[in-house]
Structure formats: structure tokens, C-alpha cells
Write a protein that binds this ligand. Structure first.
Ligand code: GRF
Length: 204
């Protein structure tokens, strides 16, 4: 399967996907890594690995619609099967999401539907939650709202802070979750139909 991966930052999720492909655990090819941040560290990682990259800065565009249209055109030129948001810190417009409907996925550091949006670790701590984690989900026009494909869970410990939670979720969960979820999709084990997400033919 052809993947276009969108990043804004360090790209640890991107690296984990790259490793899974190299290890033969994921039958996919990253055909483009795109970023809204020309200096994103993940772009450099991708380049060093010989992957095609592009940075498209919102500063060069008048508004969100024209930016998203340019980004969508660039992505579509590479014919992706899946558009993979991996720490892409921009909200995508409805027209972008509709153009790649059902083929955009995102990783979010919470047990969705809890804590959509930012500051998920602080919010889990403030709520006194005992569990926390990360989710890979289909992207719909509403932020962090699409159906969940896979989740990973950790236990919150005494003394945890937003930083320790972010690190533990990255190390224990995010380093594996995205590749596993992409494998679910690419192998056809997980399918999104009108009435929900099915895993091995069972509604999940
Ligand atoms: C991850 O925690 C991801 O869940 C979140 O942003 C972070 C991205 O980190 N949405 P990286 O760029 O993959 O290192």
C-alpha cells in the first residue's frame, strides 16, 4: 500500500512506521513525507532514509482553503492508498477530508472519545483517570472524532506528570500502535462501513 505521511514535529511515529516496513511487518511503502513545518525534525529523518519529502508552509497561502487545496493536490499526485497523520498539528478543512474520505487516519494521545484536541495528558490527570493511552482513528471533518481503529492503554501512576505520561505513551504505545493499525487496514482485517468499523467481520 502507498502511504503519504504528514508530520509537524519530531516524527517518532513516522520512524516507528518506517521501522515496521523495514522489518517486513507492514506491507507498505512511504511514497511521500509532507510537513507544514519546513524545519520539522521528522523531515530530516525521512530525507536521511532516502524518502521523498515536501514542506508546504501555510505562510505562502492566503487562507486555510487555499493551503489545504495545495496540500491535497501535492498528496494526490502521489496516489496514496492511505493519508497518515503522524503528529500533524493542523486542523484539515472539510474539503480536504472529503477528497480523501475514508483513507485518512490519525494518531491521538488519548483514549478516544475522551480528550479530543490538545493537552490530553493534563486533562487525564485533572480528571483523576486511572487509565490513559493513545488511539488510531479514521479522520472525519470533526476534530479527533472519527471511528477508532485501535487503542493502546497504560495505567496512570502516582507522581505521573503530563511529561512522564507523554513519554510513556510514546514509548510503550505509539511505537507500535500505528503500524499495527495500518496493518489492520492494509490487510483488510479492519473495514469502515456506513454503520461502523468492523474487525474480522465483527462490529467493534
Ligand atoms: C504524538 O504524541 C502524537 O500522538 C501527537 O503528536 C505527537 C507526535 O510526535 N498527536 P511525533 O512527531 O510522532 O514524534
Amino acid at each position: 500500500a502507498r502511504l503519504v505521511v504528514l508530520i509537524s514535529g519530531r516524527g517518532r511515529n513516522l520512524e516507528a512506521i518506517m521501522r515496521a516496513i523495514d522489518a517486513g511487518e507492514l506491507d507498505a511503502e512511504i511514497v511521500l513525507v509532507a510537513s507544514n513545518k519546513p524545519n520539522a525534525r521528522g523531515l530530516q529523518t525521512a530525507r536521511l532514509a532516502g524518502l521523498p519529502t515536501v514542506a508546504i508552509s501555510p505562510r505562502e497561502f492566503a487562507d486555510r482553503e487555499s493551503y489545504d487545496a495545495a496540500l491535497a493536490r501535492r498528496i494526490a499526485a502521489d496516489n496514496p492508498d492511505w493519508v497518515v497523520l503522524a503528529g500533524f498539528m493542523r486542523v484539515l478543512s472539510d474539503s480536504f477530508v472529503e477528497r480523501f474520505a475514508g483513507r485518512i487516519v490519525n494518531i491521538h494521545p488519548s483514549l478516544l472519545p475522551k480528550y479530543k484536541g490538545l493537552h490530553t495528558h493534563d486533562r487525564a490527570l485533572d480528571a483523576g483517570d486511572r487509565d490513559h493511552g493513545a488511539s488510531v482513528h479514521f479522520v472525519t471533518p470533526t476534530l479527533d472524532d472519527g471511528p477508532v481503529i485501535r487503542q493502546g492503554r497504560i495505567t496512570i501512576r502516582d507522581g505521573d506528570t503530563a511529561d512522564t505520561l507523554a513519554d510513556r505513551i510514546m514509548d510503550r504505545i505509539e511505537q507500535r500502535l500505528y503500524a499495527a493499525a495500518l496493518d489492520d487496514l492494509i490487510s483488510g482485517r479492519v473495514v469502515w462501513r456506513d454503520d461502523g468499523v468492523y474487525r474480522d467481520g465483527q462490529r467493534q
